[in-house]
Design a protein around this ligand. Structure first.
Ligand code: NAP
Ligand code: ZN
Length: 363
C-alpha cells in the first residue's frame, strides 16, 4: 500500500477504508474516514490484523455511561501491521517494518504518569478510538481500517518470530492481563485465579502459567473446562458449582476478574488468602456490590487495572516472543464482523476474533 492509493485532500489528510457503527443498535458497515498525512514524528501503518475486544462491543453499543460513544464509531485497538511511511524525525521505524498499536495513540509526555511509563493514566491521553482527535478535529478512529497514522512513541515493535493474527490481541487482551500480574508479583509458587475464559481470560491463563503460578480458571461455561487445561490451567471450576468453589476458600494469592457482565465478586473475594488481591479488569457498566466483610477478613484488597504503559507493552511482546505466546484466534474477514459481535456477546469465541484486514480491499 502507498499513500498514493488514497485520494489526497486538503489540510494534509487522506481517506482510509474502514467499518463503522452509526448508532448503538446499528451494524458495522463499510465507510471511509480521514487520516492525517504523517507528520515529523508519525508512523503510517498498513493494518494487517485487528483483534475484536469486548470493549469494542461495549463502546459501539454505548454501554459505558462514563465514556459515551461518539458516532460514527470505528472501533479497534488491537492493531498489527506494516510501516508504509515515516516522518522525518522518526528514528525507530522504517517502511517495511512490522509494527503494532494498542489502546493509546497519544499523551502529554510530561505529567508524572507519562514520566514513569504509565501513559494510560495521563490526564491528557488519547485513546485509539472515541477520543478527541487533536490533529483533525472530531474523534479518533480505530483499527477496523486499512491504515492508521500514529505518533512514534505509541508504536510497538513486533518480534519477528510471532504469528501476526495471534499477536494483534496482545495489544489489549495481552497487556491488560500481563500488567497486573507483574504489578501484584505473580510468580512461581503463587496460586492465581482467572475469572472468565474469554479473550482476556485465556491470555491471563497463558501468562500466569508462563510465570510459574498454579492456575485455576473459573468459568460459567462447562464446555470450556477442557480448553482451560489445554491453555495452561492446573484446575478449572464451574463457578455455579458451590461445592467446587468452597474447596478454594481462603487459598488464592491473586485473582484476575475478566468478566464483561454483572456478577457477584464477593464469591471470589472470599477465595483470597490473607493479603490476597483481586484485580478487576472486566468493565461492566453496572457497579459491583462489595461486602465490607469480604475485604475485612484476611485483609483482602480489591483493585482495578487499565491496559499498561508503552514500555511495559513492549516488554510484554518480548515476553510473548520468548515464551512462544500468542492469542488463540479465529481469523475472520471484516465482512463477518457483525456475526462475530453476535457470538462475542454470547461468550462464544475461541478465544479472540482477529480480523484479516486484507479483506477490506474486496469491498
Ligand atoms: P470476552 O472475550 O467476551 O470474555 C468475557 C468472559 O466473561 C466470557 O467469555 C465469559 O467467560 C465471562 N462472562 C460473560 N458474561 C458473563 C456473565 N453474565 N457472568 C459471568 N461470566 C460471564 O471479553 P474480553 O474481550 O475478554 O473483555 C472482558 C472485559 O474486560 C470487558 O468488559 C472489556 O471491556 C474489559 N476490558 C478491560 C480492559 C482494561 O484495561 N481493564 C481492557 C480490555 C478489556 P466464561 O464463558 O468462561 O464464563
Ligand atoms: Zn480492548
Amino acid at each position: 500500500m502507498s499513500t498514493t492509493q488514497f485520494s489526497s485532500q486538503s489540510r494534509g489528510q487522506y481517506e482510509a477504508r474502514a467499518y463503522s457503527a452509526a448508532d448503538p443498535k446499528s451494524q458495522l458497515v463499510p465507510t471511509s474516514i480521514p487520516r492525517r498525512d504523517p507528520g515529523d514524528d508519525d508512523v503510517q501503518i498498513e493494518i494487517l490484523f485487528c483483534g475484536i475486544c469486548h470493549s469494542d462491543l461495549h463502546q459501539i453499543r454505548n454501554e459505558w455511561s462514563a465514556m459515551p460513544t461518539v458516532y460514527p464509531c470505528v472501533p479497534g485497538h488491537e492493531i498489527v501491521g506494516r510501516v508504509t511511511k515515516v516522518g522525518n524525525a522518526v528514528t525507530k521505524f522504517k517502511p517495511g517494518d512490522l509494527a503494532a498499536v494498542g489502546c493509546l495513540v497519544d499523551s502529554d509526555g510530561e505529567c508524572p504518569n507519562c514520566q514513569s511509563g504509565l501513559e494510560q493514566f495521563c490526564p491528557h491521553m488519547t485513546l485509539t478510538y472515541n477520543s478527541s482527535d487533536i490533529h483533525l478535529g472530531g474523534v479518533t478512529y480505530g483499527g477496523y481500517s486499512d491504515s492508521i497514522v500514529v505518533k512514534e512513541h505509541f508504536v510497538l515493535h513486533v518480534p519477528s518470530n510471532m504469528n501476526l493474527a495471534g499477536t494483534a490481541p496482545l495489544l489489549c487482551a495481552g497487556i491488560t492481563t500481563y500488567s497486573p500480574m507483574r504489578h501484584w508479583g505473580v510468580t512461581t509458587g503463587k496460586k492465581v485465579g482467572v475469572v472468565g475464559l474469554g479473550g482476556l481470560g485465556h491470555m491471563a491463563v497463558k501468562f500466569a502459567h508462563a510465570l510459574g503460578a498454579h492456575v485455576v480458571v473459573f468459568t460459567t461455561s462447562l464446555k470450556k473446562k477442557e480448553d482451560a487445561m489445554t491453555l495452561g490451567a492446573d484446575e478449572a471450576v464451574v463457578s455455579q458449582n458451590t461445592d467446587e468453589m468452597n474447596k478454594h476458600v481462603g487459598s488464592f494469592d491473586f485473582i484476575i476478574d475478566t468478566v464483561s457482565a454483572e456478577h457477584d465478586i464477593n464469591a471470589y473475594l472470599q477465595l483470597l488468602r490473607p493479603d490476597g488481591n483481586l484485580t478487576l479488569v472486566g468493565a461492566p457498566d453496572k457497579p459491583h456490590a462489595v461486602s465490607a466483610l469480604s475485604l475485612l477478613f484476611n485483609r483482602r484488597s480489591l483493585s482495578g487495572s487499565l491496559i499498561g504503559g508503552i514500555a511495559e507493552t513492549q516488554e510484554m511482546l518480548e515476553f510473548c516472543s520468548k515464551h512462544n505466546i500468542t492469542a488463540d484466534v479465529e481469523i475472520i474477514p471484516i465482512q463477518k464482523v457483525n456475526e462475530a459481535y453476535e457470538r462475542l456477546s454470547r461468550a462464544d469465541v475461541k478465544y479472540r476474533f482477529s480480523i484479516d484486514m486484507s479483506s477490506l480491499k474486496s469491498q
